[in-house]
Design a protein around this ligand. Structure first.
Ligand SMILES: C[S@@+](CC[C@H](N)C(=O)[O-])C[C@H]1O[C@@H](n2cnc3c(N)ncnc32)[C@H](O)[C@@H]1O
Length: 308
């Protein structure tokens, strides 16, 4: 696949700022990664705030990758584990087999990973996962809303990597219901990591009992008032500030009381994105919360300060 070619069903390769291979989707009208680059983003939003050095040889690291795509988030995490790594229990949710397949056809993508990590990615593609002694990986292909229920009820996760397309493009994976369901899968002290700073998503995660933190930008990313969210299940250690995160600023806390915080809803787990967006607009019109533009105007000029 070249930089200008699109395949039959609208996945197009594009160069990212750090030179790593990525795609954009015609169907969702969005790129898979930010302009900072796929690799930079996977590190800043997922592996760095995961604090992987918390896991040692005899531990068990349980990961749920929501929207595996090209596999960057999982690959970065596996790649950065020490050579004497913990046992890994991995589950992946993804609708489309092609992004990972297209990535694995790229020599530049393959060259990024240790041989053992590349083997895992290939196993996801070819065998829907792996199973060797203490390490298991299970890829579930299909709509994440329904496939989540196929993960055994008792399975809990230390890390959930939530990397769906943005809430306006793929609201079905940012609803109150879906976020409640994945949050329930976190182990005590478990971390849900995502690039989004959406107030609707944050408010849903907070109602699901998680504690919110703000992610710091990836190298090369435009500095704004936040670069994502880490939501932590109480019951395990997590400092207010750490590698790649800080507490929510006053500006961000106020954001949670504006119309932007009205959640996306999908009570039956089968609504289309347009139904979910329509329902939310109606709820926003009736909600009586502060208009988001008023909040924006109040904080104009302070965003750079808040982002520090
Ligand atoms: C932003 S991309 C994920 C990027 C990926 N994490 C990576 O590192 O390359 C979003 C992914 O969500 C998938 N997707 C969209 N709707 C979905 C759904 N309802 N269930 C599962 N996956 C979905 C798309 O096929 C796409 O691969």
């Amino acid at each position: 696949m070249t930089g200008s070619a699109a395949d039959a069903d609208g996945l197009r390769a594009y160069p990212t700022a750090d030179g790593s291979f990525s795609l954009e989707s015609e169907r969702f009208g969005e790129a898979f990664h930010s302009s900072a680059g796929a690799l930079n983003e996977a590190r800043a939003k997922f592996s760095r705030p995961a604090e992987l050095d918390r896991w040692q040889r005899d531990d068990r690291l349980r990961i749920l990758d929501v929207c595996v795509g090209l596999g960057y988030n999982t690959a970065v995490i596996l790649n950065e584990l020490p050579d004497v790594a913990p046992a890994v229990q991995w589950w992946g949710l993804e609708l489309d087999r092609r992004p990972l397949q297209l990535a694995l056809e790229q020599p530049t993508f393959r060259a990024l990973w240790k041989p053992g990590v590349l083997q895992r990615l290939e196993a996801i593609q070819v065998n829907d996962g792996w199973n060797d002694l203490t390490n298991i990986g299970r890829q579930l292909w299909g709509d994440a809303r329904t496939m989540l229920a196929k993960i055994p009820e008792q399975q809990r996760f230390d890390l959930i990597l939530q990397d769906a397309f943005s809430p306006q493009r793929c609201p079905e994976l940012w609803t109150e219901e879906f976020l409640t369901d994945i949050s329930a899968r976190l182990a005590p002290g478990g971390r849900l990591l995502t690039y989004t700073r959406s107030a609707a998503v944050r408010a849903s995660l907070q109602r699901a009992g998680l504690q919110l933190h703000s992610l710091l930008p990836a190298p090369g990313e435009r500095i704004g008032w936040s670069s994502g969210t880490m939501a932590v299940k109480p019951g395990g250690p997590c400092a207010a500030e750490g590698p790649g995160w800080r507490p929510l600023s006053p500006m961000e806390r106020e954001h949670l009381f504006t119309r932007a915080a009205v959640p996306f809803r999908d009570p039956d787990g089968i609504a289309s994105s347009s139904e979910i967006l329509r329902r939310r607009v109606l709820e926003q019109q009736a909600c009586g919360l502060e208009p988001t533009n008023t909040w924006k105007r109040r904080w104009r000029g302070d965003a750079a300060v808040q982002a520090r």
